[in-house]
Design a protein around this ligand. Structure first.
Ligand code: EPU
Length: 435
């Protein structure tokens, strides 16, 4: 077991290269099942979740080679099962459901169940796939799906679910006839999936809006020329907050500023200067932080995946901020840990009322989920003294090279075995034991 040791209170300065997006990579990897042959993907982030998706594809019979670029061979599928041991570790495994049904006519996928941030049902995935002709049985914790022939349909989602939209879309591209998917999610990662599917020969219109129009095709070809995954907007947003919370100046490069507009807007309202130059975004804070009110919403609203990071930032604002979470019912797990660092936050129903404090103090804190962990790292970077962040497997799921990237902008952070104490010299030279 390892932990992060952070010596806070140092303004971060410098440039961070942004990796490929986890939440685009995972559905794209599942989508390769739709087109038999060798796929090439670029900008695949080195993350535990990506490795897990590759293991799942490997178990289905699709081997991969990953050295800089990713090559994935999907010519044959020997099994159609996403077993519990993988789905339990990564909910996004459920994204193979639509592709497996479209490719093989059957799929056995463990039900993902709830997780640290909410109940997270998949009823909308199943509703949409049923409308396309699939039949499902639920038994022993598994959903068993079958279909003879997928047929296009007019589908109205009850909630604009990201994963549900992706699963239904991936099945509809190989359905006979036309599908209209209404109240679809419009997240940039879905636009990336649409672009990828189009590069395989799929016929889809409407990405980025709440209605997707899909004309089914009989087959798709693999992405032999190589498809480049979009940059991770949540990773970029997290590093921008790192600059802001420490009163520094941080530039994220290789990013897409268009996808960061709500985060940039929140940072500006909080009193930071933000400049956009091509694919680079720079945040700079020289004055005090101002309070901000934020409500998470499906895209194009403020992303729930940036909520914990903004909560950490606003603990240091001069005044009272409110943060309302409307996507997941249990996404304030970081609040209790932020209290241990001296934050003043009251949670009332789905709103956190954040009363800014003059400073945070380092503490030992426990990460509960990926973005909560990111929020705790940010708070630790700004806190006086030393902090320890435990349960790093959450961060490994979603932040490629977190420690070296933070060291590269001057953070005093290192990763050590849980029992070990970080030597002070190591923290100050930025040398990491295991990064
Ligand atoms: N929902 C339903 N029924 C469904 C599906 C979803 O009621 O069939 C509800 C959920 O319970 C939730 C809401 O709809 O309250 C939104 O869930 P959604 O399906 O959109 O989320 P997801 O596809 O499970 C993806 C990201 C999450 C991100 C959410 C929201 C991936 C792999 N995961 O999850 O990312 O928070 O969209 O934007 O794309 C993260 O990266 O830390 C993360 C949790």
């Amino acid at each position: 077991m390892q932990k992060l040791v952070v010596e806070g209170g140092h303004p971060l300065q410098g440039t961070v290269p942004i990796s490929g997006a986890k939440n685009a990579a995972l559905p794209l990897l599942a989508a390769t099942l739709l087109a038999p042959g060798e796929h090439k993907l670029e900008n695949v982030p080195g993350l535990a979740d990506v490795s897990m998706m590759l293991s799942l594809l490997g178990r289905l019979g699709c081997p991969s080679l990953w050295n800089g670029k990713l090559r994935l061979e999907t010519s044959r599928i020997f099994f159609s099962e996403a077993p519990h041991d993988l789905v339990r570790k990564m909910r996004a495994s459920v994204l193979v459901l639509g592709p497996l049904l479209a490719r093989t006519g059957h799929a056995l996928v463990s039900l993902p169940g709830g997780c640290a941030i909410g109940v997270r049902p998949i009823d909308q995935h199943l509703k949409g796939l049923e409308a396309l002709g699939c039949r499902f049985e639920l038994s022993d914790g598994y959903v068993h799906g079958r279909v003879d022939r997928l047929r296009g349909a007019d589908i109205q989602l009850d909630v604009p679910t990201v994963g549900g939209t992706e699963n239904i879309l991936m099945a509809a591209v190989l359905a006979e006839g036309h599908t209209t998917l209404r109240n679809a999610a419009a997240e940039p990662e879905i636009e990336d999936l649409v672009r990828f599917l189009r590069s395989l020969g799929a016929r889809i219109e409407g990405e980025g809006s709440s209605t997707l129009e899909i004309d089914g095709v009989t087959s798709l070809r693999p992405s032999a020329a190589g498809y480049r995954i979009m940059p991770d907007r949540i990773e970029a947003g997290t590093y921008l907050v790192a600059g802001a919370i420490t009163g520094g100046k941080v530039t994220c490069i290789d990013t897409d500023p268009v996808h960061l507009d709500t985060t940039i807007d929140a940072l500006r309202r909080a009193g930071c200067e933000v400049r956009v130059d091509g694919n680079a975004v720079t945040v700079e804070r020289t004055g005090p932080l101002r309070p901000v009110d934020i409500v998470t919403r499906p895209h194009p609203g403020f992303p729930t995946d940036m909520q914990a990071q903004l909560t950490a930032l606003l603990t240091l604002a001069q005044g009272t901020s409110t943060i309302t979470e409307t996507i997941f019912e249990n996404r304030f797990m970081h609040v209790a840990e932020l209290h241990r660092m001296g934050a003043d936050i009251r949670v009332q129903s789905n709103t956190a009322v954040v009363q800014g404090v003059v400073g945070l103090k380092g503490a030992a804190v426990m990460a509960t989920d990926l973005r909560a962990s990111a929020g705790l790292v940010l708070a630790a970077l700004a806190a006086r003294g030393s902090s320890e962040i435990l349960r790093l497997h959450h961060l490994d799921r979603g932040y490629e090279a977190l420690v070296p990237k933070l060291q590269g902008i001057g953070a005093h952070i290192c990763r050590v075995d849980s029992e070990a104490r970080a030597p002070r010299a190591e923290l100050h030279t930025g040398m990491s034991a295991t990064a």
